[in-house]
Design a protein around this ligand. Structure first.
Ligand SMILES: O=C1CCN([C@@H]2O[C@H](COP(=O)(O)O)[C@@H](O)[C@H]2O)C(=O)N1
Ligand SMILES: [Zn+2]
Length: 350
């Protein structure tokens, strides 16, 4: 088959991490928008909000009080979706009705005592303290016999259903490996057995040669728009050195992770000059006590905004019933993001 000019024509792209395909319609990105417009509420927040359950010294809904923490703080979710003492068990009624117990620990991570901040507005040294908290939690939870996977993530922005603007993240640590990471475990294991290198090591080196989807890099990490991105401005952070989890990172690499997390989220905020919503999370090796040389540490960013501070993409209709679909190409999104100032739009006005 000769070289297909996929950039101008409708085409599918393969995601080697999940083994799935996505539909791309480059010709459509010019169509007018008459749909729903999200109202852009740029709230000016105080450094301390007496009603915020994440702020230092405040009482949480469950009656617990937060300490007067000075940098990061984590606590067990008062409304955990997973419980540690869930009785183990399986249910099967023929081959069509199956259920099994799931247990685990959910935690809330406060990134800063300052209610008014978001990650792009935090100092790298303070984001590094978030990285150190991630490492501590991954180590403690992951070393438990009853925890098989530790999912560290951040929901940011009200349109992502985030209930509180205070800079924070979450951890859901479960006995079983969740769906998305079990897909990525399979594909990375297969690739590693075939090539003797991690999939993302080869992928990243190809992307660094092609350049067109690279956003920003430092000594240890690269931020890019993956070839197979689904959400309009979906991105990934990938470690240059193939490490399987946060604990294998050197001191310098941990600071570089904080640095690239800030650099990428500044780009995001500068895109529409609004605090940019996303769900983001780290993907690391399962914590089953085995070595996982096939796993390559990376972070996914899934932002909903499509073409302005108030127009978001809906993953509905054909995307739910058929295949996820996008108009603007991954290359187009990367070009838009790469051109943006590296200085946060709010600090320019200070
Ligand atoms: O007092 C509280 C309120 C909210 N929470 C928890 O904070 C979490 C914040 O979630 P978001 O990241 O989606 O905003 C949410 O999972 C909620 O259960 C507490 O643990 N204690
Ligand atoms: Zn707060």
């Amino acid at each position: 088959m000769d070289k297909f000019d996929y950039i101008e024509n409708p085409h599918r792209r393969y995601n080697p991490l999940t083994g799935e395909w996505i539909l791309v319609s480059p010709h459509r990105s010019k169509r007018p928008w008459q749909g729903q417009v999200e109202k852009v509420v740029e709230d000016v927040r105080p450094p301390h909000d007496p009603n915020c359950y994440l702020c230092p010294r405040n009482e949480r809904v469950g009656g617990e009080n937060n300490p007067d923490y000075k940098d990061v703080y984590s606590f067990q979710n008062d409304f955990s979706a997973l419980l540690q003492d869930t009785p183990k068990g399986k249910f099967e009624d023929g081959e069509l009705f199956k259920a099994e117990s799931e247990s685990g620990v959910c935690k809330v991570l406060c990134f800063s005592p300052d209610h008014s901040l978001t990650v792009p507005e935090m100092e790298v040294d303070n984001i590094r303290k978030v990285v150190d908290l991630w490492c501590k939690e991954y180590d403690e939870l992951g070393s438990r016999e009853d925890i098989g996977y530790v999912q560290i993530f951040e929901n940011k922005g009200a349109i992502m259903g985030c209930s509180n603007p205070h800079p924070h993240g979450q951890i859901w640590a479960s006995a079983l490996v969740p769906l998305e990471t079990s897909k990525e475990s399979e594909t990375q294991k297969e690739y590693f057995e075939q090539h003797g290198r991690t999939m993302l090591f080869d992928y990243l080196n190809s992307e660094l040669e092609k350049k067109e989807r690279i956003l920003v890099e430092n000594n240890s990490f690269v931020a890019l728009v993956p070839f197979w991105a689904v959400w309009p401005f979906e991105t990934m952070i990938i470690s240059k050195r193939p490490v399987s989890n946060l604990l294998e990172l050197t001191d310098e690499e941990k600071t570089d992770l904080a640095d690239i997390y800030k650099k990428l989220t500044i780009m995001y905020d500068n895109l529409f000059e609004v605090s940019f919503a996303y769900s983001a999370g780290l993907h690391q090796a399962p914590t089953d006590g085995e070595e996982h040389p096939e796993w390559h540490l990376h972070m996914h960013f899934y932002p909903p905004l499509l073409r302005s501070a108030s127009v978001k993409k809906f993953m509905v209709g054909y995307e739910m019933l058929g295949t996820p679909q996008r108009d603007i190409t991954a290359e187009g999104a990367a070009l838009r993001l790469r051109e943006l100032s590296k200085v946060h739009y709010k600090s320019k006005t200070k």
